[in-house]
Design a protein around this ligand. Structure first.
Ligand code: 6GU
Length: 230
């Protein structure tokens, strides 16, 4: 898979992919990730990427021309309808549909993702309307820009690429893959400052351990995410 990030802060990503599962996936050529400076697709003397909003209001809006030029050069299309199969152009914005494990798995099946990092003040709406295949938010809170959201999308997608995880079973036994939160985990020591590891986990009785984990996952989901049970 190829992942291209369009951003006004390419340095933000300088060391973001140098750790853990993402670093291993890059080293194994499962994915190639590049952060591109939006300013390199400007054609004016001052390399302007934003301008004042029509109709008035606070803040600046990212201009359409450099973004359309960037997507054309990276993905070969200036309209979402002309995008090749297997390519997705994603605008990260608080107005997007919310990222989910299902959407991450959909993205993980693609050959190329182009991620456009918006600024919170806004992106000219013609980008969302005509250029991108998906407008995605990572949750109901405000970020200053799409850059941290792009990192979230990239992490969620890469760990689903075949071969990215050490143990192939890891991805399917986690939170959300079955609609529940993950069960609680414990390691040594068995007693820590008066807090004990649940006895059943120390017994080696696999059927009882599996039942305890199902019930503990259900309890945790009820307490922290009752919306997942509705
Ligand atoms: Cl993708 N961008 C911004 N600026 N804020 C967000 C977001 C994205 N997702 C949640 N909040």
């Amino acid at each position: 898979m190829k992942i291209d990030i369009i951003t006004i802060f390419p340095d933000y990503f300088r060391e973001a992919f140098a750790f853990g599962i993402i670093r291993r996936a890059v080293a194994a050529d499962l994915v190639e990730i590049k952060a591109h400076d939006l300013r390199s697709w400007t054609s004016d003397k001052h390399h302007l990427v934003d301008d004042r909003p029509f109709g008035g209001g606070d803040g600046m809006v990212l201009k359409p021309e450099p973004i359309f030029a960037a997507v054309e050069s990276l993905a070969g299309a200036r309209r979402n309808r002309d995008l090749a199969r297997g390519k997705r152009v994603v605008l990260l914005s608080p107005q997007g549909k919310q990222l989910s494990q299902v959407l991450a798995a959909d993205f993980a099946s693609c050959e190329q993702l182009v991620l456009i990092c918006g600024r919170y003040e806004g992106v000219d709406e013609r980008v969302a309307a005509a250029l991108v295949s998906d407008e995605v938010s990572i949750g109901d809170y405000v970020l200053s820009g799409g850059e941290p959201a792009a990192l979230v999308v990239i992490d969620a997608v890469i760990r689903l690429l075949p071969g990215a995880l050490g143990s192939e079973t890891s991805a399917s036994t986690e939170s959300f893959s079955d609609g529940l939160l993950d069960y609680p985990h414990y390691t040594r020591p068995p007693e820590f400052e008066g807090m004990n590891v649940p006895e059943v986990l120390l017994t080696g009785h696999h059927a009882e351990i599996a039942r305890w984990r199902r019930e503990a996952a259900m309890e945790k989901t009820k307490r922290n995410r009752p919306d997942l049970l509705k």
